[in-house]
Design a protein around this ligand. Structure first.
Ligand code: PLP
Length: 361
C-alpha cells in the first residue's frame, strides 16, 4: 500500500475528515494529559464523562434538539432499531404504518410484523425503488402507533425531499445515511436513529434521538437492553457505551461546526451531488435511474447499462486512485457515496474521470 490517502466512496463505514483522524492520532496514547488513550478509560471516569457530556451537548446544539428529547448513544447498529422501535412503541394501538422505499426499510417492515399489525403505507417497489412516494400516495392509518420511513436509501440512491405529514402520529425515521447533511426539524419526529458509520463516527455507535414521553410503554417481553427507558434513565450508561466512537463523534462535530454547522454542510453537499448528477446526465454512456426530485445527495447511483463496461469503469477507477465505486451487489452498476467527509476535490476528480471514460469508450 502507498502512503497516499485515496478518495474513498464507500457507502459505510466511510471516510472521516482528515483533520479528525489527525487529531485522534495526536491524542491516541495520552488524551489531554490523562496518561491514557480514550480507549483505555473507565466510562465512569471524570475525563470520559466530560467527553460524553460535551459530545451530547454539541449534537444537541448542532441539530437544535429540543429539551423534550433525549439523545442516546447505543450499540447494535441501526439494524437493532428495526426491532427496538416496534418493541417500545407498538403497544399503544398494536398497529404501525411503514413506508418501504428500499432494502433497509423493507427489513424494518418485515421485522415489525413480529410485534403487531403492520400496514404498508407506501412502497416504491413497483418502479424498483427509483423514486420516493409523494404525500398523497401515503395510505396512513390514524390509529397507527407510529409511522416509519428511511430518509435516505443508501443502496438505491433516493432521499425523501419532504417530511411526511402524519397528523399527530409519531414518526420514526432511519437517518443513518443522511444525518448531519441537512437541517432537520427534530420536533416533527418521535424517534430519529442512525448508525454512525457514514456521517458521524466509526462503526459501533448508534445515535437515537427520542421524544422522552414515547419511552416507558414497551411490550412486556422487551429485553432490558432494548428498552429506551433503561437507556434514558441511565443516560446511555446502563452498560458500557461505545466510548471511543462517542469521542470520535465529538471530534467530527467540532469539524462540522468549523464548516458552518449543518447549514454550511448542506450547501457543500448539495453542490457536490449536483456536480455529479450533471456530469452523469450530460454523458453519452451513463444514466442515473433515480427520478429527479427523489435523488440522494449522499449516494449517487449510475450505470452504463452494460455490465462489462461497468466492470471496466470500476477497475480503471481503482487504478486512478478512487475506491469503492462498485454498486451494491443487489443492484449492480456504480455508486458514489459522498458523505460530509468527502472533499469537494474528490468529487471534482471523479467528475473528470467520468468525463474521460465517457469520451474514451
Ligand atoms: C439507511 C440504512 N439503515 C440501516 C443500515 C444498517 O445499519 P447497521 O449496519 O448499523 O445495522 C444501513 C447500513 O448501511 C443503512 O444504510
Amino acid at each position: 500500500m502507498g502512503n497516499e490517502r485515496v478518495y474513498n466512496f464507500s457507502a459505510g463505514p466511510s471516510m472521516l475528515p482528515l483533520e479528525v483522524l489527525e487529531r485522534a492520532g495526536a491524542e491516541i496514547t495520552n488524551y489531554q494529559g490523562s496518561g491514557m488513550s480514550v480507549m483505555e478509560m473507565s466510562h465512569r471516569s471524570k475525563v470520559f464523562v466530560k467527553i460524553f457530556e460535551d459530545t451530547k451537548a454539541k449534537l444537541r446544539r448542532l441539530m437544535n434538539v429540543p429539551e423534550e428529547y433525549e439523545i442516546l448513544f447505543l450499540q447494535g447498529g441501526a439494524s437493532t432499531q428495526f426491532s427496538m422501535a416496534p418493541l417500545n412503541l407498538i403497544g399503544k394501538t398494536g398497529k404501525a404504518d411503514y413506508a418501504v422505499t428500499g432494502n433497509f426499510s423493507n427489513i424494518a417492515y418485515k421485522e415489525a410484523q413480529k410485534y403487531g399489525q403492520i400496514n404498508l403505507a407506501a412502497s416504491s417497489a413497483d418502479r424498483n425503488h427509483t423514486y420516493i412516494p409523494q404525500q398523497d400516495q401515503l395510505k396512513l392509518d390514524p390509529e397507527a402507533s407510529y409511522f416509519y420511513y428511511c430518509a435516505n436509501n443508501t443502496i438505491y440512491g433516493t432521499e425523501w425531499p419532504y417530511v411526511p405529514e402524519t397528523n399527530g402520529v409519531p414518526i420514526v425515521c432511519d437517518m443513518s445515511s443522511d444525518i448531519l447533511s441537512r437541517p432537520v426539524d427534530v420536533s416533527k419526529y418521535g424517534i430519529i436513529f442512525a448508525g454512525a458509520q457514514k456521517n458521524m463516527a466509526p462503526a459501533g455507535l448508534t445515535v437515537v434521538i427520542i421524544r422522552k414521553e414515547l419511552a416507558g410503554h414497551e411490550l412486556p417481553y422487551t429485553p432490558l437492553m432494548m428498552n429506551y427507558k433503561t437507556m434514558i434513565d441511565k443516560d446511555s450508561m446502563y452498560n458500557t457505551p461505545p466510548c471511543w466512537c462517542i469521542y470520535m463523534l465529538g471530534l467530527v462535530l467540532d469539524w462540522l461546526e468549523s464548516k458552518g454547522g449543518i447549514p454550511g454542510m448542506e450547501a457543500i453537499k448539495h453542490a457536490k451531488a449536483q456536480m455529479l448528477y450533471d456530469v452523469i446526465d450530460s454523458s453519452r454512456l451513463f444514466t442515473c435511474a433515480v427520478e429527479p426530485g427523489s435523488r440522494s445527495d449522499m449516494n449517487v447511483v449510475f450505470r452504463t447499462g452494460n455490465d462489462e463496461l461497468d466492470a471496466k469503469f470500476v477497475k480503471e477507477s481503482v487504478e486512478a486512485g478512487f475506491t469503492n465505486l462498485k454498486g451494491h451487489r443487489s443492484v449492480g452498476g456504480m455508486r458514489a457515496s459522498i458523505y460530509n467527509a468527502m472533499p469537494t476535490e474528490g468529487v471534482e476528480k471523479l467528475c473528470d474521470f467520468i468525463k474521460a471514460f465517457d469520451k474514451n469508450n
